[in-house]
Design a protein around this ligand. Sequence first.
Ligand SMILES: C[S@@+](CC[C@H](N)C(=O)[O-])C[C@H]1O[C@@H](n2cnc3c(N)ncnc32)[C@H](O)[C@@H]1O
Length: 183
Amino acid sequence: MPTHLDFQGKTVIEIGAGAGLPCLTAALLGATRVLLTDVQQLLPGLLNNVEDNGLMGKVGVKELVWGSDESMSGITNLKTFDMVLMSDVLFDSEEMIGLGKTLKRVCGEGTQVWGATEMRPYRGECLDELRGQGFRVVEVETSQLSVDEAVEDGNTTFSIFEIKPPVAHNSESPPPPPPIPEF
Ligand SMILES: C[S@@+](CC[C@H](N)C(=O)[O-])C[C@H]1O[C@@H](n2cnc3c(N)ncnc32)[C@H](O)[C@@H]1O
């Protein structure tokens, strides 16, 4: 079980990036190809954050609406990312249908998916929805933030998950052979 992530030389995409902190950090820690994604309205803010951190040319910003084939078609080299990072995206189980679809499209063989989240009311339902789509969810760590760090609404528990895509989309074993045709 890893206690830290090594970003050196890695290709990383962030989904539902918001301000983009995880992926900006990955870029500053040596990731070589980094893509921040979110809905269109948030892209100008993400671009500002990329610029303010001196990461233009190293970090890209693209629209990626969960479950949308159209926005996925705008992303080149799908399935070639080493890592997918997601922070605080487990808040609406209905959104997980699109998110799961997007993860399956983005992940190639060996892609690692990491999610971090504070304790939210619908977190369990979100994880169950992803499990129902064939993802395996491994809770890596849960920590209690100290009182000084706690957010005002009292959500002090913070968890990190590895989310493993279904085997067919991130094969740990070879796919089954095709059926033998009947004559
Ligand atoms: C709670 S915010 C978390 C933002 C950031 N990752 C963080 O930790 O601060 C959830 C993010 O997911 C994005 N999001 C929600 N639904 C989405 C969807 N259907 N497609 C793409 N992004 C979505 C939102 O725009 C928002 O940036």
